[in-house]
Design a protein around this ligand. Structure first.
Ligand SMILES: [Zn+2]
Length: 241
């Protein structure tokens, strides 16, 4: 198996599929599937975090396997997925609608439209809508059109680069909420944020509990939920009358 001459380091909290899409752009492929086929790997297996495929990727790129696997997406039981070791309900994570920070992207893109830094996977979590570093709202990219794959994070950014740069100029200041910071911390495994009680609950349950309490406090809804979605232990939280 050949070694890849042109490589980039994987970024903090970057999923392997995002990193491989940056490697594809660096090596002159407009579509990540073409690049992966050329180097003899399976794109589907990379997007699903197959260890064998990621091991081959580690050899080809001389990048540490543990680093590549750290934020890999893997299917779990039923409707659960794993981001690294953290179980996440599939309702909570989506690549169909890709979210990016326009400032992060503009800072990371080189003159020849290479992305020198990748997107953290937690931007794709439903409750995360703010860039923690810049305190601005993440912007949503349009759904991908074939043959652009939804996991081709870099290809989609390059497709929308002029719009993203325009969004950078009018980026909306927005505080990253404690809930967002907590969820990002859970994905990063920096559990110093939040209480140990919250740490025992699945991230989707934490999110639903917190947003429901917020709605109650704000009196946004007259009829509150008394159960939680996502097939999780729904009865753990019942609102007071
Ligand atoms: Zn940012």
């Amino acid at each position: 198996m050949m070694k890849l001459g042109l490589t980039l380091p994987i970024s903090a909290a970057e999923a392997p599929s995002s990193w491989v899409s940056r490697l594809g752009q660096l090596n002159g492929s407009a579509y990540v599937q073409d690049f992966v086929r050329d180097i003899g790997l399976s794109w589907r297996n990379i997007t699903q975090g197959h260890t064998d495929e990621l091991s081959k990727l580690s050899y080809i790129t001389s990048c540490n396997l543990e680093q590549i696997e750290r934020f890999a997406l893997r299917p779990g039981r039923g409707r659960m997925k794993f981001v690294g070791n953290e179980p996440i309900h599939s309702h909570l994570i989506s690549f169909q609608t890709q979210k990016v920070c326009p400032i992060c992207v503009s800072e990371a893109v080189s003159n020849d439209t290479q992305l020198l830094r990748g997107s953290p996977v937690y931007w794709q979590l439903d409750p995360v809508v703010t860039c923690r570093e810049h305190g601005v709202a993440l912007v949503k990219l349009p759904p991908p059109c074939q043959p652009r794959c939804k996991y081709d994070v870099t290809g989609r950014i390059v497709d929308c680069l002029s719009s993203i740069k325009a969004a950078e100029r009018s980026a909306l200041p927005q505080d990253c909420t404690s809930l967002e910071k907590y969820i990002i911390g859970r994905i990063d495994r920096q559990r110093s944020v939040g209480s140990t009680w919250l740490d025992t609950l699945e991230v989707g349950v934490v999110s639903k509990v917190c947003t429901t309490i917020f709605d109650v406090i704000q009196e946004k809804k007259k009829h509150h939920r008394t159960t939680l979605d996502y097939g999780s232990p729904a009865e753990i939280f019942v609102l007071p009358p």
